[in-house]
Design a protein around this ligand. Structure first.
Ligand code: IPE
Ligand code: IPE
Ligand code: MG
Length: 247
């Protein structure tokens, strides 16, 4: 029985979020430049998309570039931005063939103009697709996102569009970049690091966290299925007792 067949189709997370980490170390192990790792990371993105479609996951968020990543050497930033444009160019056709709709979250205005343009084109060109939402987190950080949401809420409160006493947890969710998507039930991080790195802090409040030693460029369909199977073995209690969940 393959790993995919072992997955309970009635208990697949609606939303999986991935911190794609370890590209630099993967390249270094082979005596190559870091960008070689980033380029090979595209294979893992393809594999994850394939696995998400086959297993029935409807939303997949990939952390591709964080706010903090702007502090990397300029040469690496430039190479990553170029890779983003090239990948969008080469993959849009495949996205359409597989009915995958592209979204982006993050401070997109801080991306180079060319990236913004290509990204918007791909978002528009895939808008008719409905099998899987691929959400790219670009120039994203959760603290930025929450701060931005609070600014917008304050503006709407001052202008009388919302009443302060009517603000709920749901209001905040509605002002986040992820308002269209359910909160991720599963967060995967590759490369052995066990931290969140400013990713979806609010949305991951009750997510199951899965850490694997696999470096991102080596991540394949089977690794995705292993994470789903591990998720399916967990008891999600949401503050209740085990007895309440199982009866
Ligand atoms: C993840 O791989 C990709 C990005 C953050 C853009 P890294 O580049 O962080 O690789 P390591 O962690 O240095 O191995
Ligand atoms: C997190 O990876 C960001 C992305 C995967 C885009 P990093 O490699 O930047 O994270 P830290 O700084 O080691 O936590
Ligand atoms: Mg890293």
């Amino acid at each position: 029985m393959s790993l995919l067949e072992k997955i309970d189709k009635n208990n697949v997370p609606k939303h999986v979020a991935i911190i794609m980490d370890g590209n630099g170390r993967w390249a270094k192990k082979q005596g190559k430049l870091r960008i070689f790792g980033h380029k090979n990371g595209v294979k893992a993105v393809r594999a994850s998309l394939e696995a998400a479609v086959k297993s029935g996951v409807r939303n997949l968020t990939l952390y591709a570039f964080s706010t903090e990543n702007w502090n990397r050497p300029q040469i690496e930033i430039n190479a990553l931005m170029e890779l983003l444009v090239d990948t969008i160019n080469s993959e849009t056709k495949t996205l359409n063939e597989n009915k995958i709709r592209l979204y982006a979250i993050g401070n997109l205005e801080s991306l180079p103009k060319k990236c913004q343009k290509k990204l918007q084109e791909a978002i528009d060109n895939t808008a008719q697709n409905d099998k899987l939402n691929l959400i790219l987190a670009l120039s994203y950080s959760s603290k930025w996102e929450i701060t931005d949401a609070i600014k917008k809420i304050c503006k709407d409160a001052v202008s009388g569009n919302i009443k302060t006493e009517e603000i709920t947890e749901n209001t905040l969710s509605q002002y986040l970049n992820t308002s269209k998507f359910p909160d991720p039930e599963l967060m995967i991080r590759t490369s052995g690091e066990q931290r969140i790195s400013n990713f979806l802090l609010y949305q991951l409040a009750y997510a199951e966290l899965y850490f694997t030693e696999t470096l991102w460029p080596d991540f394949r369909e089977e690794d995705f299925y292993s994470a789903l199977l591990n998720y399916q073995q967990r008891e999600r209690r949401f503050g209740m007792t085990s007895e309440q969940i199982t009866q």
